[in-house]
Write a protein that binds this ligand. Structure first.
Ligand code: HEM
Length: 397
């Protein structure tokens, strides 16, 4: 049975083929050892749920980059993120983030409307638009800049931050062929920014976080790593989600799209279930890693202690046991308890923001009556097979 890298090569740009493969694997090898990657793969929704909610057995710590690596080195920057913490220290960080993220999410309406309409207006002027470079990427970087309190007037700086942050997200997610200089440049930027937030706090997320951490929760080096993580986590995921769903509707499911446009016009509440289905379908973070703290039995397989285990969120999201007719995109799907935001103690605290932004983007794009693909060629993908996704996809408006 294929490992992670075989799956990536064999189904490059073929999402329907990959979904079918996952279904075969659910039946034949729901837990398997990937020789090439040197880690275990867990595919069933039930097993992924158990794994993510049992941090005593499947720990997030041991990232491969030790937190003891020198501050300012790539390994030191990556290893210090709270993503790789367990237990009380981790829960305390999540608690600090949850409230401001919820507050900011509830205030995003006008910003999302204005930003989306400006991006679409520019596309309309040209008659065509890159769904990634002209819409999903600028929307996601402006959004997360706004959330964190990064000035948005310097478009060139924001684009550089995005490039550097892509490199940081690559190393964090285990894709190592990347621009390490970009990681260091981003580190220096966030070092300056966190110091500025310390001196002159406002009501953005980073000011709130820095103030809470300075009470003894996290040291300044850890705060910089966490800020870099937040900038990447809120950006790459949304940038991947929007084109993935639109490509599917425009290319693979045009009949569903026509009905959906009509239905949304008369029943706007459909936007909520449509977005959840889009999140299930797109699963921007395809897998997350954990390490076994002791030997464990999962779907008949014994996994020894000290092993790296990937929970394949993407595979769990097409498991028939949790999602009837799992390989169909059903905009009105009920009880859609997908694993797109993870589960358990590390569940995504940015989910309220992601949901609002995705809803606003889908509503605006699907309201465009003439939106169509410029070409039906499979679009090029980012090299990172976990969080990469479509790199460019031209549409006419
Ligand atoms: C569609 C958009 C998004 C997706 C698919 C997504 C996905 C995920 C996933 C799968 C996790 C769990 C990681 C793990 O279990 O190891 C996670 C955690 C997290 N995400 Fe998101 N995310 C999205 C948007 C955001 C946004 C907008 C933010 C911030 C503004 C954010 C911040 C976080 C944070 C703080 C965590 C917790 C990390 C931890 O406790 O270890 N995410 N996200």
């Amino acid at each position: 049975m294929p490992g992670i890298s075989d799956l990536h090569h064999r189904f490059h740009g073929d999402a329907p083929g990959l979904r079918e493969m996952y279904r075969t694997m659910h039946a034949q090898c729901p837990v398997l050892y990937d020789q090439e990657a040197g880690c275990w793969l867990v595919l069933r929704c039930g097993d992924v749920g158990s794994l993510l909610t049992d941090p005593g057995t499947f720990a997030a710590s041991r990232s491969g980059a030790s937190p003891k690596s020198p501050p300012g080195s790539v390994a030191g920057i990556v290893g210090r993120q709270f993503l790789f913490l367990d237990g009380e220290p981790h829960l305390a960080v999540q608690e600090v983030l949850r409230k401001p993220l919820g507050r900011i999410a509830s205030q995003l309406g006008p910003f999302l409307r204005e930003t989306i309409s400006a991006l679409l207006e520019s596309g309309r002027r040209d008659g065509r638009m890159d769904l990634v470079g002209g819409f999903a990427a600028p929307l996601s970087r402006l959004l997360i800049a706004r959330v964190l309190g990064i000035p948005t007037h310097d478009a060139g700086l924001l684009e550089r931050l995005e490039r550097w942050s892509d490199a940081f997200a690559d190393v964090t997610s285990g894709h190592l062929q990347t621009d390490l200089g970009g990681v260091l440049a981003l580190y220096e930027y966030f070092q300056r920014l966190t110091q500025e937030k310390r001196r002159q706090p406002t009501d953005d997320l980073l000011s709130v976080y820095v103030a809470a951490c300075d009470q003894g929760l996290r040291d300044p080096e850890e705060v910089v790593s966490d800020a870099m993580m937040l900038f990447a986590a809120g950006r790459v995921t949304l940038r991947k989600l929007i084109p993935a769903v639109l490509w599917h509707l425009l290319y693979q499911d045009p009949e569903n799209l026509a009905a959906l446009r009509e239905e949304l016009r008369v029943r706007p509440a459909l936007l909520t279930t449509l977005t959840e289905e889009g999140l299930r379908w797109g699963t921007p973070t395809t897998r997350v890693a954990r390490w076994t703290t002791h030997e464990v039995l999962l779907s008949g397989q014994v996994i020894p202690a000290g092993e790296k285990v990937f929970a394949l969120l993407e595979a769990a999201n097409v498991d028939e046991h949790c999602f009837p007719a799992a390989t169909r995109f059903e905009p009105a799907r009920r009880l859609n308890r997908h694993y797109t935001f993870g589960a358990g103690p590390h569940i995504c605290t940015g989910a309220p923001i992601a949901r609002r932004a995705a809803q606003a983007a889908f509503a605006a794009l699907l309201a465009l009556p003439d939106l169509a693909l410029e070409s039906t060629e499979v679009p090029p993908l980012y090299a990172n097979d976990n969080i990469g996704g479509i790199r460019t996809c031209m549409v006419v408006l």
